[in-house]
Design a protein around this ligand. Structure first.
Ligand SMILES: *[C@@H]1O[C@H](CO)[C@@H](O)[C@H](O)[C@H]1NC(C)=O
Length: 391
């Protein structure tokens, strides 16, 4: 057929592709247009800052676009509030500078602060944390270390399809704010890398975390004080330390944790499965309304654990945890335990755990039933519960 026809076909295709990439905003600021260099060597921090200022200052919803390629970026604050919703669309990889000390002296690397209405879609970020971990292992003066991507005081955020490698400390941190959806994330650091939690939540509410693969050196997901209304579903966790509520009760006055659902998680050789952990110190903190269900444990050291006797450096001699744990359900949890005590409830003598329910549990140890261990706990069971409960 004629060339004219082909050409008109292409002309139609290009705008529709742009529309597909940029969505309704239909307009984007590319970091490359602000001087970013996708060569994996040049420092592109200023270009990212300028592109953010433009996108955030726009009265129409705008896209900050990071095309294919590798961009080196130093610690950067993407500050809000913005005039409209901002989409960050990443096709390329954002790299930390090669010298780990540049990130090491900042608490955060990519920080979104006070932004209301934000989508971060796609992309890979690589903090190149190995130098920092090695410094820590050799007890050097390594500074605080950076979280890779942080959202502090942000509302209505979506993070979709992001990959994070080799964070110095945690990969993703959400502190303050409401309504965050984290989906289809891939978070990876070696099993032995210190304090590389996958996702940390604190003082935040309305968070969903779905469809993600987390292989790291500390908790896959940690839920800190003041966290409410969280839904976690369809996660592969391990290596790592499992999914943890805590550590709680480090201070006397502390906001509680409530309404947390964890469902459809597979744990691979993790230190813990689902854990609730508090310091053995006085506190008015609490945990209530938690459901752990439909979980598979593959060779997990502590599949189900409550530990209220956590203490470091003798900071709590002869004290009990004041954190009150109540209304926690464990349902349909199956698989293998790497230690004989598959279910361990070590609650506080001064504020015992209450309203704990076990239903349809089957955890084995070396092809034989595992055992349970209880202290200061009141609860009930339903269905078959193996190991037999010690309530
Ligand atoms: C509990 O959290 C879920 C989100 O996971 C939310 O839909 C629900 O409304 C919350 N329940 C209460 C009583 O706040």
């Amino acid at each position: 057929m004629s060339r004219t026809l082909d050409l008109s076909h292409n002309i139609c295709l290009i705008p529709s592709l742009l529309f597909f990439f940029f969505g309704l905003s239909n307009a984007a600021y590319s970091v490359v247009d602000f001087g970013a260099r996708p060569d994996g060597l040049s420092d592109s921090t200023q270009a990212f800052k300028k592109a953010w200022a433009k996108a955030c200052g726009s009265t129409r919803a705008m896209t900050l676009y990071v095309p294919k390629g590798k961009y080196v970026v130093r610690p950067i604050n993407f500050n809000g509030p913005c005039k409209s919703r901002v989409n960050v669309l990443i096709k390329g990889t954002i790299l930390a500078p090669p010298d780990y000390r540049v990130l090491g002296q900042s608490r955060t690397w990519l920080l979104f602060y006070g932004v209301n209405g934000l989508t971060v879609k796609g992309g890979t970020i690589d903090a190149r944390g190995a130098g920092y971990w090695s410094c820590k292992r050799h007890h050097g003066n390594c500074n605080i270390g950076a979280q890779s991507i942080s959202f502090i005081g942000c509302n209505d955020i979506v993070v979709d399809g992001l990959t994070s490698y080799n964070s110095q400390r945690m990969h993703v941190g959400i502190v303050g704010g409401r309504n965050a959806a984290l989906k289809y994330l891939t978070l990876r650091a070696p099993g032995g890398s210190p304090n590389t939690d996958g996702i940390h939540l604190q003082d935040t509410s309305g968070v969903t975390i779905v469809g993600s693969v987390i292989k790291t050196g500390d908790d896959c997901i940690s839920i800190g004080p003041g966290t409410r209304d969280v839904w976690i579903q369809q996660i592969a966790c391990g290596p790592g330390h499992g999914i943890s509520i805590g550590s709680l009760g480090n201070s006397i006055h502390e906001a509680g944790v409530q309404n947390i659902t964890v469902t459809g998680v597979v744990f691979w050789k993790t230190q813990n499965g689902v854990r609730i952990k508090s310091w053995a110190r006085p506190s008015n903190g609490f945990v209530r309304g938690v459901i752990f269900r439909n979980l598979v444990m593959n060779n997990v050291y502590n599949p189900i654990i409550i530990d209220q006797n956590y203490c470091l450096n003798n900071q709590c001699p002869h004290q009990n945890s004041g954190v009150k744990i109540s209304g926690v359900k464990y349902r349909n949890i199956k698989g293998t335990s790497k230690s004989k005590v598959a279910v361990s409830f070590d609650c506080s003598p001064s504020s015992p755990c209450t309203g704990i329910k076990l239903q349809d549990i089957k955890l084995t140890y070396n092809h034989s039933p595992a055992v349970s261990s209880c202290s200061h706990i009141h609860g009930s069971t339903k269905g078959a519960v193996i190991p037999r409960s010690c309530f």
